[in-house]
Ligand binder design. Sequence first.
Ligand code: ZN
Length: 217
Amino acid sequence: MQQFIIGREGTQRFPIADAKTRVSRKHASLTITDDGRWILEDLDSANGTYIINEQGEMQEVKRMVIHEFTRIVLGDQTKMGCTFLAHHLLEENPNDYREEFRYVLELHDKAIEEKTRIDQMQQRTANFRYIPPIISALCGLVLTFLLPPDVKPYGIYVTLIFTTLLTVVINKKTSNSKEMQRFNACYSKLLLCPHCGKPLTEIEFKNQMCNACQARA
Ligand SMILES: [Zn+2]
């Protein structure tokens, strides 16, 4: 078993400056059990202990089993608080973010895969949108050449109503924008610099370095 008390006077290897006033002296503890479970516990801190969950939301922790790369937030995510990935507690060298960058990069690659999947689905379903105008055009032809003049106006109304309804239904069924929004909302909260927590740009991912705090892989 391995245990860290985290705080301005904690036993963690990386320093937490006194200026980080939202962090208590002994803020939280992290225990790694012999069977490899990571247990985060709040030590009655003044401003609370949180994690960022898989939906990218801040979630308060009293006692919780987390995983190695869970983002922990002490107090809040401002400069007065402190945020880091649980793994950082194990780094001998506090400036070493290689493992953490590797993890965030993995998340990033998964996100790109997921985005490609949503894009492909959108492209496939986009073809259905041609159906209503095609039906409309066919009906137009039938109405013009085959129907007797006294029935034609009704035919036009029926066609109009039918194709409009069909357009609405197809647009609703094929619209993935909600899925895309959910995706963006979730990943924008997870694809962050392991050190300072700033969202990383594509260039920063490519360079594996955060321009804001200079943390690098
Ligand atoms: Zn950073």
